[in-house]
Ligand binder design. Structure first.
Ligand code: ADP
Ligand code: MG
Length: 216
């Protein structure tokens, strides 16, 4: 609700500033000031839209899900982007995973965020590993890249809202904060391991749905 309330005045600021800019001669020094206003209000609405997008994802219906399927669906959305970034996919899906109880839209968002970050970490291409496994009543998912890595002094900040090392046009710093929130909502855990210059691995753990065992 707050995000919607903020978006409307932002849109007014942007369009009014654009109208003013059009009235100026191209070499008028005030053009630069107006450009800054326009650029920053665009940025503010981009942040708001990101928040909206995440809170909106397909409501909050939970169901028994196959994480292999959720990940495959996410991959099908990003495959062209990975190809264009010269990133090869190393998929290691363990068949017949136990189900997890979750919301597929939100979980897609989680994998999307992690894959996008991996892409950003491999500007000259590389390998993205997506692996699933069942273990001791949990389903484990690994998202790993062989990109730039995360300096140790950043490791405890990356899940903070608005922490980003990317240029303002590329990163909002919301991806991992939202990811963390969604995983907690699923009673899951996320851990990260990284080495600068070698790559980063995110390990996710979700409780598996327990199957009733019929004893006869
Ligand atoms: P954003 O991607 O908008 O910067 P995120 O919350 O998704 O925001 O990530 C926060 C920061 O964590 C990134 O700016 C980056 O510094 C670091 N990061 C996240 N994932 C990776 C990764 N796979 N490799 C290297 N750094 C990463
Ligand atoms: Mg991100």
């Amino acid at each position: 609700g707050v995000a919607h309330e903020v978006n409307t005045p932002l849109a007014v600021i942007t369009t009014q500033a654009q109208m003013l800019a059009r009235q100026l001669e191209p070499n008028d020094p005030r053009t630069r000031t107006l450009d800054k206003i326009i650029k920053q209000s665009f940025r503010a609405s981009e942040i708001v839209n990101n928040l909206l997008k995440f809170s909106r994802v397909s409501g909050s219906e939970f169901a028994e899900l196959d994480l292999n399927r959720v990940i495959r669906e996410t991959v099908s959305l990003v495959e062209p982007m990975l190809k264009a970034s010269r990133i090869s996919l190393n998929a290691q899906f363990t068949p017949a995973l136990p189900a997890v109880y979750g919301n597929s839209g939100k979980l897609q968002q989680v994998f999307m965020n992690l894959i996008m970050n991996a892409r950003d970490a491999m500007p000259r291409g590389g390998e993205l590993t997506l692996a699933t496994e069942a273990e001791n009543g949990s389903v484990l998912v690994e998202v790993a890249d062989n990109g730039v890595g995360i300096p140790s002094e950043h490791l405890n900040k990356i899940f903070d809202p608005f922490f980003t090392t990317k240029s303002t046009s590329r990163g909002t710093g919301l991806g991992l904060a939202v990811t963390y929130g969604i995983i907690r909502e699923h009673a899951g855990q996320i851990r990260v391991e990284s080495a600068v210059g070698r790559g980063t691995t995110f390990r996710l753990e979700f409780p598996a749905v327990r199957k009733e065992v019929n004893v006869t």
